[in-house]
Design a binder for this molecule. Structure first.
Ligand SMILES: O=C(O)CCC(=O)C(=O)O
Length: 273
């Protein structure tokens, strides 16, 4: 019998045609609870609002450094609307953080267990990956009332390999709906190639081209239940809107590339061998 998370022929053909796939109940209630509890502990232990990075407004270099170093540690990033004009948080820190990343999968035992689980491994084996590696992990909060939008993008823009191999796994840790900022995607958009790349250089990061303007009518909402997994092909155009609702929308996002037969670009924002 194939392992629980290997894909059926129907799932594979849906993924190939649409560039995404929703897998119901990928994680158990207990697994979701464990990750949410662990993140609550990490946030409780974080004293960021008092640190130099967050109290220094528009200090580009400090912010870039914090971002680049986050590839190898567990860093905390605030929602843009978390701070008032006085520079102080408008709500408690646990309702102010946009995301935590980007090495949860390496450094935290609870997130590592999920990232290196049999179900994730067999999913990638079904997708034909030879030597899949999780390249980054993010816990995304989409906070009530202030959860920021994520503009339309392709994951290969940020995590480029030659040939392109990035696949996103987006695990809902709460129900995600149109009201609290679920993912939206343009079905089939992954077939139209990569639109642009984000390049890191000595001045920071920049895009090599402007973003196209997308027709919002082409996007479909991916409303999912807690524990469901959305698999995202690296060239799929996807986005999420602001969360103006009173309900948060926690999710864990992993990005995976194949390390066999593919080369990690030195222009990417994070450096991996
Ligand atoms: O969680 C979101 O709103 C967006 C996440 C996303 O686009 C990603 O993980 O690639």
């Amino acid at each position: 019998m194939p392992p629980a998370s290997s894909l059926t022929a129907d799932q594979l053909s849906f993924f190939e045609a649409n560039g995404y796939l929703v897998m119901d109940s990928f994680s158990s209630v207990e697994e979701v609870r464990e990750m949410r509890d662990r993140m609550a502990e990490l946030v409780a232990g974080f004293d960021g609002p008092n640190s130099a990075v967050f109290s220094t407004k528009d200090h580009r270099q400090l912010k870039d450094d914090y971002f680049f170093k986050s590839a190898e540690n567990i860093s905390f990033f605030f929602e843009e609307k978390a701070f008032g004009d006085d520079g102080c948080l408008k709500q408690p820190k646990e309702l102010s953080i946009n995301k935590v990343g980007h090495a949860l999968h390496e450094l935290d035992p609870v997130f590592k267990k999920f990232s290196f689980s049999e179900s994730v491994a067999s999913l990638f084996s079904s997708l034909g990956y030879k030597r899949p590696a999780v390249i980054q992990s993010m816990y995304i909060f989409k906070q009530p009332g202030i959860g920021g939008e994520v503009v339309p993008h392709q994951d290969n823009t940020f995590l480029y390999t030659e040939p392109r191999t990035c696949t996103g796994l987006w695990l809902a840790l709460e129900d995600a709906t149109i009201n609290n900022g679920c993912l939206w995607a343009i079905p089939g958009s992954h077939k139209k190639g990569l639109v642009r790349r984000m390049i890191r250089d000595e001045n920071g990061t920049h895009f090599d081209r402007p973003s196209p303007v997308y027709d919002q009518k082409e996007f479909v909402p991916l409303e999912v239940k807690s524990g469901d997994l959305v698999v995202i092909q690296g060239d799929l155009i996807h986005q999420s809107f602001e969360n103006l609702s009173p309900a948060s929308r926690h999710a864990l996002s992993l990005h995976v590339v194949d390390t066999e037969g593919c080369e990690w670009s030195k222009d990417n924002w994070s450096w991996h061998n």
